[in-house]
Design a protein around this ligand. Structure first.
Ligand SMILES: Nc1ncnc2c1ncn2[C@@H]1O[C@H](COP(=O)(O)OP(=O)(O)OP(=O)(O)O)[C@@H](O)[C@H]1O
Ligand SMILES: [Mg+2]
Length: 371
């Protein structure tokens, strides 16, 4: 017979879970489709610091076992009920690159791309899962008669690691996706103009240029939100834990109490905190500016906007500070805006949104797949 037992229940709403295993925390989001709407059922995040013996907010490098333990904990704490998962692969564990293929080979990409890919991938092709998308317009070749192909490679060991974390947490992975694609899906609408998505993580900031829905360029900036915490701890002579708390509470507002036992006058501590954050952000913003200018010069067009995602984007006042230094329009990612949730949560979801972009993007695609 041509239908499976489960297809009898196809019209029944099914919940899915997006799982984003970052270096500093794991984020999960559970969505359900109902009458054409995407419903936010639950979401949650858990800091990985405590599993690695470091402070909350810091990047870690944990093995599969500890990550599975944390994933199980956040699934329980957030009351996630779905097993149907989509799991992100870290950008750093993948290779995403635009390669050029002679236009004449367009009909034989399945043969040509793996051969060309050898020039870009530092390990044997048999050890990676290879994927590609043609990004040039069908008829518009580059002046040298080539077509551009977005090459995506994930090492088999990486997929195996994330598969084992998922199954250890009793999840059934529907797919694995490099976080770039998830973040972009959750952060952008279908526009044509080139936009940059900037993911401010704990140790690094990831920068992606998206045009007509396609990723044109991506790379890593080696500055992240944990720099702010570590520098502020030193500057104000407070612990890393205290600095992290102040970062999340006061951000760039200029507020903040004097540290206990210190000799700072009232009001000085908040100003010092702000100054320290600005100093820490300065190299990241400079590098971002250079990256933007570099792309705009090469592409001979300007980026219409910058969309900030990642936990680091939640810093109070960050958007305004960046907007004062960068001419392109800057927005905060609002992934939960693509979902329906009780109205009283609106403000909280807007503020927490950037951190959950990847997890929301994964769950959205999984819902699309289930139709
Ligand atoms: N409200 C907040 N204000 C300022 N910073 C915040 C806030 N919430 C989280 N952060 C910071 O965001 C960082 C974590 O962001 P995120 O969860 O996106 O990183 P990650 O996904 O673990 O890292 P990566 O993507 O690089 O692997 C931490 O350094 C944390 O201190
Ligand atoms: Mg992340």
């Amino acid at each position: 017979m041509d239908f499976s037992f489960s297809s009898l229940f196809k019209s029944e709403a099914k919940s899915v879970i997006g799982v984003d295993i970052g270096t500093s925390s794991i984020k999960v989001v559970q969505l359900r489709r109902e009458k054409g709407h995407v419903i936010l059922e639950t979401y949650g995040a858990i800091a990985l610091g405590p599993y690695a013996g470091v402070e909350i907010g810091r990047a870690t490098a944990l093995g599969a076992e500890k990550l599975a333990e944390a994933l199980k904990d956040v699934i329980r704490e957030a009351n996630v009920t779905s097993k149907d998962a989509a799991i992100a692969i870290p950008y750093s564990a993948s290779l995403v690159s635009i390669i050029k293929i002679p236009a004449a080979a367009e009909a034989q990409l399945a043969q040509v791309v793996p051969i060309e890919a050898r020039k870009y991938i530092p390990v044997p092709i048999s050890e990676v899962q290879l994927d590609w998308f043609v990004v040039s317009d069908a008829k518009k070749h580059t002046p040298d008669g080539k077509i551009e192909v977005l090459l995506v490679a994930i090492h088999n060991d990486t997929t195996a690691k994330f598969r084992s974390i998922g199954s250890e947490a009793a999840l059934v992975p529907g797919f694995f996706e490099i976080e770039v694609f998830s973040a972009v899906r959750a952060s952008l609408d279908h526009g044509l103009a080139p936009v940059a998505v900037v993911d401010l993580g704990a140790a690094t900031t990831k920068f992606y240029v998206v045009e007509r829905g396609l990723i044109r360029e991506s790379h890593i900036i080696n500055h992240g939100s944990q720099d702010l915490t570590l520098n502020a701890a030193r500057a104000l002579n407070i612990t890393v834990v205290q600095a992290e708390e102040r970062k999340r509470k006061y951000g760039l507002s200029g507020e903040g109490p004097a540290p206990a036992g210190g000799s700072l006058p009232e009001g000085q501590a908040g100003a010092d905190l702000k100054r320290s954050f600005e100093l820490s952000l300065s190299p990241m913003i400079s590098e971002l500016s250079r990256t933007i200018t570099g792309w705009e010069t090469r592409a001979n067009q300007s980026l219409s906007a910058l969309v900030l995602t990642g936990g680091g984007a939640a810093l109070r006042g960050l958007r305004d500070l960046m907007q004062s230094k960068i001419t392109n329009e800057i927005r905060l990612s609002d992934p939960f805006g693509k979902t329906q949730a009780p109205a009283f949560l609106e403000k909280i979801l807007k503020e927490a949104g950037p951190e959950f972009s990847v997890a929301v993007g994964l769950a959205l695609r999984r819902l699309q797949e289930l139709g």
